[in-house]
Design a protein around this ligand. Structure first.
Ligand code: NDP
Length: 324
Protein backbone atom coordinates (compact mmCIF):
# COMPACT_ATOMS: atom_id res chain seq x y z
CA UNK A 1 0.00 0.00 0.00
CA UNK A 2 1.32 3.44 -0.94
CA UNK A 3 0.53 6.56 1.08
CA UNK A 4 1.50 10.16 0.38
CA UNK A 5 1.65 12.75 3.17
CA UNK A 6 1.09 16.24 1.82
CA UNK A 7 1.55 19.14 4.23
CA UNK A 8 4.18 21.64 5.33
CA UNK A 9 7.43 19.79 6.07
CA UNK A 10 7.12 20.48 9.84
CA UNK A 11 3.83 18.54 9.86
CA UNK A 12 4.51 16.04 7.07
CA UNK A 13 7.73 14.60 8.55
CA UNK A 14 6.34 13.68 11.99
CA UNK A 15 3.17 12.38 10.29
CA UNK A 16 5.19 10.12 8.02
CA UNK A 17 7.17 8.86 11.01
CA UNK A 18 3.97 8.07 12.95
CA UNK A 19 2.45 6.43 9.87
CA UNK A 20 5.49 4.19 9.32
CA UNK A 21 5.21 3.12 12.98
CA UNK A 22 1.48 2.41 12.69
CA UNK A 23 1.58 0.73 9.26
CA UNK A 24 5.09 -0.76 8.86
CA UNK A 25 4.17 -2.50 5.61
CA UNK A 26 3.06 0.75 3.88
CA UNK A 27 5.31 2.74 1.51
CA UNK A 28 5.10 6.31 2.82
CA UNK A 29 6.13 9.25 0.67
CA UNK A 30 6.26 12.99 1.45
CA UNK A 31 4.90 15.72 -0.74
CA UNK A 32 5.83 18.99 0.91
CA UNK A 33 5.38 22.61 -0.07
CA UNK A 34 2.37 24.89 -0.18
CA UNK A 35 1.72 24.89 -3.92
CA UNK A 36 2.94 24.54 -7.46
CA UNK A 37 5.04 27.72 -7.34
CA UNK A 38 6.94 26.63 -4.26
CA UNK A 39 7.25 23.11 -5.69
CA UNK A 40 9.68 24.46 -8.29
CA UNK A 41 12.28 24.99 -5.59
CA UNK A 42 11.85 21.63 -3.88
CA UNK A 43 14.07 18.63 -4.23
CA UNK A 44 13.01 15.95 -6.70
CA UNK A 45 11.94 13.49 -4.00
CA UNK A 46 9.20 15.77 -2.71
CA UNK A 47 6.92 15.56 -5.75
CA UNK A 48 5.97 12.20 -7.24
CA UNK A 49 8.18 11.30 -10.16
CA UNK A 50 6.45 9.75 -13.19
CA UNK A 51 8.28 6.46 -12.53
CA UNK A 52 7.13 6.09 -8.90
CA UNK A 53 3.79 4.35 -8.41
CA UNK A 54 0.83 6.59 -7.51
CA UNK A 55 -0.47 6.62 -3.94
CA UNK A 56 -3.55 4.75 -2.73
CA UNK A 57 -4.22 7.16 0.12
CA UNK A 58 -3.22 10.72 1.00
CA UNK A 59 -2.95 12.49 4.36
CA UNK A 60 -3.44 16.19 3.69
CA UNK A 61 -3.26 19.62 5.20
CA UNK A 62 -3.71 22.53 2.77
CA UNK A 63 -2.62 20.57 -0.32
CA UNK A 64 -1.70 22.30 -3.61
CA UNK A 65 -4.34 22.06 -6.34
CA UNK A 66 -1.89 20.04 -8.47
CA UNK A 67 -1.84 17.13 -6.02
CA UNK A 68 -4.91 15.45 -7.47
CA UNK A 69 -3.40 15.41 -10.98
CA UNK A 70 -0.14 14.05 -9.64
CA UNK A 71 -1.94 11.33 -7.71
CA UNK A 72 -4.62 9.87 -10.02
CA UNK A 73 -5.12 6.57 -8.13
CA UNK A 74 -6.24 7.81 -4.69
CA UNK A 75 -8.93 5.65 -3.06
CA UNK A 76 -9.54 8.19 -0.25
CA UNK A 77 -7.95 11.27 1.33
CA UNK A 78 -7.63 11.96 5.04
CA UNK A 79 -7.64 15.53 6.29
CA UNK A 80 -5.24 16.21 9.18
CA UNK A 81 -7.87 18.28 10.96
CA UNK A 82 -11.58 18.36 11.83
CA UNK A 83 -12.51 21.10 9.33
CA UNK A 84 -12.66 20.24 5.64
CA UNK A 85 -13.86 23.60 4.26
CA UNK A 86 -10.51 24.53 2.68
CA UNK A 87 -10.14 21.16 0.95
CA UNK A 88 -13.72 21.08 -0.37
CA UNK A 89 -13.16 24.56 -1.84
CA UNK A 90 -10.39 23.22 -4.13
CA UNK A 91 -11.83 22.93 -7.67
CA UNK A 92 -9.30 20.21 -8.51
CA UNK A 93 -10.64 17.85 -5.81
CA UNK A 94 -12.24 14.94 -7.76
CA UNK A 95 -15.99 14.95 -6.99
CA UNK A 96 -16.24 11.25 -6.16
CA UNK A 97 -13.04 10.97 -4.10
CA UNK A 98 -13.94 10.05 -0.49
CA UNK A 99 -12.79 12.71 2.01
CA UNK A 100 -12.40 11.62 5.63
CA UNK A 101 -11.94 14.09 8.51
CA UNK A 102 -10.48 13.58 11.96
CA UNK A 103 -12.99 12.66 14.66
CA UNK A 104 -11.76 14.24 17.89
CA UNK A 105 -8.32 12.52 17.76
CA UNK A 106 -7.25 14.45 20.85
CA UNK A 107 -8.74 17.83 19.87
CA UNK A 108 -12.04 17.75 21.82
CA UNK A 109 -10.42 17.85 25.29
CA UNK A 110 -8.19 20.89 24.62
CA UNK A 111 -11.07 22.64 22.85
CA UNK A 112 -13.35 22.05 25.85
CA UNK A 113 -10.60 23.42 28.15
CA UNK A 114 -10.26 26.56 26.00
CA UNK A 115 -14.00 27.21 25.95
CA UNK A 116 -14.43 26.46 29.67
CA UNK A 117 -11.62 28.89 30.52
CA UNK A 118 -13.28 31.61 28.44
CA UNK A 119 -16.75 30.95 29.87
CA UNK A 120 -15.41 31.06 33.42
CA UNK A 121 -13.52 34.27 32.69
CA UNK A 122 -16.76 35.87 31.54
CA UNK A 123 -18.97 34.34 34.25
CA UNK A 124 -16.58 35.35 37.06
CA UNK A 125 -16.26 38.85 35.52
CA UNK A 126 -12.49 38.81 35.01
CA UNK A 127 -12.92 41.09 31.98
CA UNK A 128 -14.75 43.61 34.17
CA UNK A 129 -12.13 43.34 36.92
CA UNK A 130 -9.38 43.97 34.36
CA UNK A 131 -11.14 47.20 33.37
CA UNK A 132 -11.48 48.19 37.04
CA UNK A 133 -7.79 47.47 37.63
CA UNK A 134 -6.77 49.67 34.67
CA UNK A 135 -8.80 52.46 36.32
CA UNK A 136 -7.40 51.64 39.83
CA UNK A 137 -10.99 51.08 40.95
CA UNK A 138 -11.84 48.76 43.89
CA UNK A 139 -15.23 47.54 42.72
CA UNK A 140 -17.20 44.36 43.31
CA UNK A 141 -19.15 42.72 40.49
CA UNK A 142 -22.21 40.53 41.11
CA UNK A 143 -21.79 36.89 40.04
CA UNK A 144 -24.84 34.81 39.13
CA UNK A 145 -25.15 31.15 40.12
CA UNK A 146 -23.77 28.88 37.39
CA UNK A 147 -27.12 27.16 36.98
CA UNK A 148 -28.62 30.49 35.85
CA UNK A 149 -25.79 31.33 33.46
CA UNK A 150 -27.02 30.35 29.99
CA UNK A 151 -24.39 29.03 27.57
CA UNK A 152 -25.30 27.90 24.05
CA UNK A 153 -23.07 25.65 21.92
CA UNK A 154 -23.52 25.75 18.16
CA UNK A 155 -22.55 22.34 16.77
CA UNK A 156 -22.73 19.12 18.79
CA UNK A 157 -20.31 16.96 16.80
CA UNK A 158 -17.14 15.20 17.87
CA UNK A 159 -15.75 18.43 19.34
CA UNK A 160 -18.85 20.57 20.02
CA UNK A 161 -20.56 17.68 21.84
CA UNK A 162 -17.62 17.40 24.24
CA UNK A 163 -17.52 21.17 24.76
CA UNK A 164 -21.23 21.14 25.71
CA UNK A 165 -20.81 18.09 27.98
CA UNK A 166 -17.90 19.66 29.89
CA UNK A 167 -19.73 22.98 30.38
CA UNK A 168 -22.85 21.16 31.66
CA UNK A 169 -20.73 19.00 34.00
CA UNK A 170 -19.39 22.24 35.50
CA UNK A 171 -22.94 23.28 36.36
CA UNK A 172 -23.70 25.85 33.64
CA UNK A 173 -27.16 25.94 32.03
CA UNK A 174 -26.21 24.58 28.60
CA UNK A 175 -28.15 24.49 25.35
CA UNK A 176 -26.85 22.79 22.22
CA UNK A 177 -27.82 23.30 18.58
CA UNK A 178 -27.27 20.95 15.64
CA UNK A 179 -29.10 19.88 12.50
CA UNK A 180 -30.37 16.75 14.24
CA UNK A 181 -31.40 16.13 17.89
CA UNK A 182 -28.58 15.04 20.23
CA UNK A 183 -28.52 13.53 23.69
CA UNK A 184 -25.70 15.04 25.74
CA UNK A 185 -25.91 14.74 29.56
CA UNK A 186 -27.16 17.98 31.09
CA UNK A 187 -27.60 19.72 27.72
CA UNK A 188 -30.90 20.93 26.30
CA UNK A 189 -30.95 19.92 22.63
CA UNK A 190 -32.25 22.19 19.86
CA UNK A 191 -32.35 20.86 16.28
CA UNK A 192 -32.91 22.44 12.90
CA UNK A 193 -33.60 25.99 11.69
CA UNK A 194 -37.07 26.08 13.33
CA UNK A 195 -35.42 25.78 16.75
CA UNK A 196 -32.62 28.30 16.12
CA UNK A 197 -34.28 31.41 17.58
CA UNK A 198 -35.35 29.53 20.71
CA UNK A 199 -31.80 28.25 21.13
CA UNK A 200 -30.32 31.76 20.90
CA UNK A 201 -32.89 33.60 23.00
CA UNK A 202 -31.33 35.23 26.07
CA UNK A 203 -28.00 33.33 26.01
CA UNK A 204 -25.27 34.85 28.18
CA UNK A 205 -22.54 33.20 26.10
CA UNK A 206 -22.73 31.80 22.56
CA UNK A 207 -20.01 29.30 21.60
CA UNK A 208 -19.54 28.44 17.90
CA UNK A 209 -18.11 24.99 17.07
CA UNK A 210 -19.80 24.53 13.69
CA UNK A 211 -18.09 23.40 10.50
CA UNK A 212 -17.92 26.01 7.75
CA UNK A 213 -20.42 25.08 5.03
CA UNK A 214 -22.59 27.07 2.59
CA UNK A 215 -25.36 26.91 5.23
CA UNK A 216 -23.25 28.14 8.15
CA UNK A 217 -21.21 30.84 6.36
CA UNK A 218 -21.93 34.17 8.11
CA UNK A 219 -24.23 32.54 10.70
CA UNK A 220 -22.79 34.80 13.44
CA UNK A 221 -24.37 37.99 12.15
CA UNK A 222 -26.29 40.97 13.50
CA UNK A 223 -29.68 39.19 13.47
CA UNK A 224 -28.33 36.10 15.24
CA UNK A 225 -26.29 37.94 17.84
CA UNK A 226 -29.12 40.39 18.58
CA UNK A 227 -31.12 37.47 20.03
CA UNK A 228 -28.61 36.90 22.84
CA UNK A 229 -28.98 38.49 26.29
CA UNK A 230 -28.01 42.15 26.62
CA UNK A 231 -24.27 42.25 27.41
CA UNK A 232 -23.66 38.71 26.09
CA UNK A 233 -20.31 37.28 25.03
CA UNK A 234 -19.38 35.43 21.82
CA UNK A 235 -16.78 32.64 21.65
CA UNK A 236 -15.81 31.63 18.11
CA UNK A 237 -13.62 28.54 17.73
CA UNK A 238 -15.25 27.32 14.48
CA UNK A 239 -14.07 29.26 11.46
CA UNK A 240 -13.52 32.99 10.86
CA UNK A 241 -16.01 33.09 7.99
CA UNK A 242 -18.83 32.13 10.36
CA UNK A 243 -18.63 35.65 11.79
CA UNK A 244 -19.63 38.87 10.07
CA UNK A 245 -16.84 40.89 11.67
CA UNK A 246 -18.42 44.32 11.04
CA UNK A 247 -21.62 43.14 12.78
CA UNK A 248 -19.64 42.11 15.87
CA UNK A 249 -17.94 45.51 16.04
CA UNK A 250 -21.29 47.31 15.64
CA UNK A 251 -22.89 45.26 18.44
CA UNK A 252 -19.90 45.87 20.74
CA UNK A 253 -20.12 49.60 20.00
CA UNK A 254 -23.85 49.55 20.79
CA UNK A 255 -23.24 47.70 24.08
CA UNK A 256 -25.48 44.82 23.01
CA UNK A 257 -22.49 42.48 23.28
CA UNK A 258 -19.98 42.97 26.12
CA UNK A 259 -17.14 41.05 24.53
CA UNK A 260 -15.85 38.22 22.41
CA UNK A 261 -13.21 35.51 22.54
CA UNK A 262 -12.01 34.76 19.02
CA UNK A 263 -9.62 32.01 17.92
CA UNK A 264 -10.41 32.09 14.19
CA UNK A 265 -10.60 34.95 11.70
CA UNK A 266 -11.69 35.63 8.13
CA UNK A 267 -8.05 36.39 7.31
CA UNK A 268 -5.31 34.51 9.18
CA UNK A 269 -2.90 35.69 10.42
CA UNK A 270 -5.03 38.64 11.49
CA UNK A 271 -3.73 41.63 9.43
CA UNK A 272 -1.71 44.24 11.39
CA UNK A 273 -4.25 47.03 10.86
CA UNK A 274 -7.32 44.94 11.76
CA UNK A 275 -9.68 46.72 14.22
CA UNK A 276 -9.92 43.64 16.48
CA UNK A 277 -6.33 44.14 17.71
CA UNK A 278 -7.18 47.36 19.52
CA UNK A 279 -10.46 46.27 21.15
CA UNK A 280 -10.10 45.62 24.87
CA UNK A 281 -13.46 43.74 24.83
CA UNK A 282 -12.00 41.14 22.44
CA UNK A 283 -9.64 38.42 23.59
CA UNK A 284 -7.98 36.96 20.52
CA UNK A 285 -5.80 33.88 20.09
CA UNK A 286 -3.99 32.74 16.91
CA UNK A 287 -6.07 29.64 15.93
CA UNK A 288 -4.71 27.53 18.77
CA UNK A 289 -7.82 26.38 20.63
CA UNK A 290 -7.32 22.76 19.49
CA UNK A 291 -4.33 21.92 17.36
CA UNK A 292 -3.99 18.54 15.65
CA UNK A 293 -1.98 16.12 17.75
CA UNK A 294 0.06 14.16 15.24
CA UNK A 295 0.32 10.73 16.91
CA UNK A 296 -3.35 10.20 17.86
CA UNK A 297 -4.43 11.72 14.54
CA UNK A 298 -2.23 9.43 12.46
CA UNK A 299 -3.13 6.39 14.57
CA UNK A 300 -6.82 7.11 13.93
CA UNK A 301 -6.14 7.46 10.20
CA UNK A 302 -4.08 4.25 10.13
CA UNK A 303 -6.96 2.33 11.75
CA UNK A 304 -9.32 3.72 9.12
CA UNK A 305 -6.99 2.78 6.25
CA UNK A 306 -6.88 -0.81 7.55
CA UNK A 307 -10.69 -0.81 7.81
CA UNK A 308 -11.08 0.51 4.25
CA UNK A 309 -8.64 -2.10 2.93
CA UNK A 310 -10.84 -4.74 4.62
CA UNK A 311 -13.95 -3.32 2.99
CA UNK A 312 -15.36 -1.92 6.27
CA UNK A 313 -17.11 1.44 6.73
CA UNK A 314 -15.27 4.24 8.56
CA UNK A 315 -16.46 7.23 10.57
CA UNK A 316 -15.71 10.80 9.59
CA UNK A 317 -16.61 10.32 5.93
CA UNK A 318 -17.52 13.79 4.68
CA UNK A 319 -20.91 14.24 3.03
CA UNK A 320 -19.85 16.44 0.11
CA UNK A 321 -23.39 17.79 -0.42
CA UNK A 322 -23.74 18.79 3.26
CA UNK A 323 -20.19 20.18 3.39
CA UNK A 324 -19.06 18.39 6.58
P1 NDP B 1 -18.46 17.38 13.34
O1 NDP B 1 -18.57 17.23 11.88
O2 NDP B 1 -18.24 16.18 14.19
O3 NDP B 1 -19.78 18.11 13.92
C1 NDP B 1 -20.39 19.17 13.29
C2 NDP B 1 -21.63 19.59 14.08
O4 NDP B 1 -22.18 20.77 13.48
C3 NDP B 1 -22.72 18.53 14.10
O5 NDP B 1 -23.35 18.49 15.34
C4 NDP B 1 -23.68 19.04 13.03
O6 NDP B 1 -25.04 18.64 13.21
C5 NDP B 1 -23.56 20.53 13.21
N1 NDP B 1 -23.98 21.26 12.01
C6 NDP B 1 -23.41 21.25 10.78
N2 NDP B 1 -24.08 22.05 9.93
C7 NDP B 1 -25.09 22.58 10.64
C8 NDP B 1 -26.14 23.49 10.33
N3 NDP B 1 -26.28 23.99 9.10
N4 NDP B 1 -27.01 23.81 11.30
C9 NDP B 1 -26.87 23.28 12.54
N5 NDP B 1 -25.91 22.42 12.91
C10 NDP B 1 -25.02 22.07 11.96
O7 NDP B 1 -17.31 18.47 13.58
P2 NDP B 1 -16.34 18.66 14.83
O8 NDP B 1 -17.16 18.80 16.07
O9 NDP B 1 -15.26 17.64 14.81
O10 NDP B 1 -15.65 20.06 14.44
C11 NDP B 1 -16.45 21.21 14.23
C12 NDP B 1 -15.63 22.33 13.64
O11 NDP B 1 -14.76 22.90 14.59
C13 NDP B 1 -14.70 21.95 12.48
O12 NDP B 1 -15.40 21.82 11.27
C14 NDP B 1 -13.73 23.11 12.46
O13 NDP B 1 -14.23 24.12 11.63
C15 NDP B 1 -13.73 23.60 13.90
N6 NDP B 1 -12.44 23.34 14.54
C16 NDP B 1 -11.66 24.41 14.92
C17 NDP B 1 -10.44 24.21 15.53
C18 NDP B 1 -9.62 25.37 16.00
O14 NDP B 1 -8.44 25.20 16.31
N7 NDP B 1 -10.18 26.56 16.11
C19 NDP B 1 -9.91 22.86 15.76
C20 NDP B 1 -10.82 21.81 15.36
C21 NDP B 1 -12.02 22.06 14.77
P3 NDP B 1 -25.47 17.08 13.20
O15 NDP B 1 -24.83 16.47 14.41
O16 NDP B 1 -26.94 17.14 13.30
O17 NDP B 1 -24.95 16.51 11.92
Amino acid sequence: MKIVVCAARSVAEPCAQALRAALPEAQVRLRVGPGPVADAGLSAQTVRQPASPPADYALLWKPPAALFEEEPALKAVFVLGAGVDALLALPSLPPALPVIRLEDAGMAGPMADYVLAAVMRVHRRFDRFAAHQRAQRWHEEPVRPKAQFQVGVLGLGAIGGEVARVLAAQGYAVRGYARTPHTVPGVQSFAGPGAFDGFLHGLDVLVNVLPLTPETFGILNRATLARLAHGAHLINVGRGAHLVEADLLALLDAGKLAGATLDVFATEPLPPNHPFWARSEIVLTPHVSAVTEIVPAVEQIARKIVALENGAAVGGLVDRARGY
